[in-house]
Design a protein around this ligand. Structure first.
Ligand code: GLN
Length: 459
């Protein structure tokens, strides 16, 4: 807060905006009274001379896959209907300790599976730029809430692009940190070796500040690297060594206008003294299949816990024998896309097919990591489009899951290799929609990635 508005005024203005733009369907639950009470308390403390913490009065929305004690948690699924969190996610504890105000839980694709926010038991989210279009997914509500001014910053999760792609579709910044940077404790798991919590915002500095708060070691998540969180520092303007994948820009599925715009920008970067090189990346066509084999396998295991006994929804008929009870509960509780993925994942893990699919996909993942390590010996940053097109129209891809999956071509790479990625809202399309460019660095190099992003956003 800069002292010109109170926390209470800030919360009130967000609550009004949320009410006025209810049709966007960005929030599943708004915690209005509670946010106001907290804002008043923060105002009181500040006025009594208490020093402000790092997120004092910052109004933040949470994707509805992040646990907030004593609040509902739905994953946008019927199967979690009526469930209330018993504890806070680590990121929630850390934000609250820094005096953030959590204003609500945001809509998303069910269990974070999707690219358009059309797979939600709570209905579609609309893109505020053009309401006939999707906001992207799966963190569509988190993106739209920042896009439409319904909170200052929001958290999402990114397993294969779910932060970067909706940020791209909505014209804002979306950061997926390195795998192992931000604790997943309290995040509903989709594919545990891919999932990361990340940030939506409008400025690189804001995103950097929130990352600084939520990142770092956590005794509840053993995959977190023991390393101090990145702390933002202004850096002098630098010359970067930038690579892009030739096959990615030449891909027939890429919108030609996006291709031309990005190539033209790389030309300007060259003129400004950066090195920009097109490199061969023959593995491109394997990454979407590898991603969908591995993530559905992990999902089929992670989602086994939703059985109607321990959590949320259970089928109405209590006379059923146990297996039939599980079946009925899960058939009624899960949506179409989630069922498709549980089936796919169970199939690729089944005895007769394990080596053909799961083992192969693990091998592809290993090759990708090795290739990526080599690339970062010669380059500082990899850039790619974030998505092959701008936001499509609602309904356009719902009958064609394969084409929806293929639209993840540029984002799943960072999750397969664990590197951080950010989508920067640099461009506008002649169709009226925004789009960006995606930048990635080697693992745990977020500070550098953010400094690069800041510099590129200034030009
Ligand atoms: N669109 C991708 C998928 O459906 C990404 C999802 C995500 O990152 N959570 O799997």
């Amino acid at each position: 807060m800069d002292g010109t508005a109170s926390c209470e005024e800030a919360v009130l203005s967000y609550l009004t905006a949320i009410e006025q733009q209810k049709d966007l369907n960005a929030y599943i639950h708004v915690y209005g009274e509670e946010a106001l009470a907290r804002a008043r308390e923060l105002d009181r403390q500040r006025r009594s001379g208490k020093p402000m913490a790092r997120l004092h009065g910052v109004v933040i929305g949470l994707k509805d896959v992040i646990a907030y004690k004593d609040h509902p948690l739905t994953a946008a699924s019927r199967i979690l209907g009526g469930y209330t969190s018993l504890y806070n996610a680590t990121v929630v504890d850390r934000m609250l300790a820094e005096e953030a105000i959590l204003i609500g839980h945001l809509n998303c694709d069910e269990f974070a599976m999707g690219s358009s926010n059309e797979n939600s038991a709570y209905g579609n989210v609309l893109n505020a730029r053009d309401k006939s279009r999707v906001p992207g997914g799966s963190s569509g509500g988190s993106a739209v809430a920042v896009q439409a001014g319904l909170c200052m910053l929001s958290l999402g999760s990114d397993t294969g692009g779910s932060i970067r792609q909706p940020a791209d579709f909505c014209g804002i910044i979306g950061l997926k940190p390195t795998y192992g940077r931000v604790s997943r404790y309290g995040l509903i798991a989709y594919a545990s070796s891919f999932d990361q919590i990340g940030i939506f915002g409008r400025s690189v500095r804001d995103v950097a500040l929130l990352l600084e708060v939520i990142a770092g070691e956590d005794e509840y998540d053993s995959t977190i690297k023991r390393q101090a969180p990145p702390v933002w520092k202004d850096a002098p303007s630098q010359k970067y060594r930038i690579a892009y994948f030739k096959e990615a820009l030449d891909h027939p599925g890429l919108d030609p206008e996006i291709r031309e715009t990005i190539l033209q920008r790389t030309e300007e970067w060259r003129e400004a003294g950066h090195t920009v090189e097109a490199i061969d990346f023959e593995l491109l066509d394997y990454i979407v299949p590898a991603y969908y084999v591995l993530t559905t396998a992990e999902a089929s295991s992670n989602l086994a816990r939703f059985d109607g006994v321990r959590y949320g929804y259970r089928t109405g008929d209590r006379q059923l024998e146990l297996t039939e009870f599980y079946k009925r509960t899960r058939s009624e509780g899960f949506g179409r896309e989630v069922k498709r993925r549980i089936l796919l994942g169970t199939f690729v893990l089944s005895a007769g097919f394990y080596d053909a699919y799961f083992t192969k996909a693990q091998q592809v993942r290993r090759l990708l990591v090795e290739r990526t390590n080599l690339i970062f010996k010669d380059f500082d940053v990899i850039i790619l489009p974030t998505a092959p097109s701008t936001a499509w129209h609602t309904g356009e891809k719902m009958d064609d899951p394969i084409s929806m999956y293929l639209a993840d071509i540029y984002t799943v790479y960072a999750n397969l290799t664990g590197i951080p990625g950010i989508s920067l809202p640099l461009f506008g399309h002649t169709n009226g929609m925004p789009f960006g460019v995606q930048a990635m660095t080697s693992r745990f190099n977020e500070l550098y990635l953010l400094q690069f992003s800041h510099q590129m956003m200034q030009q």
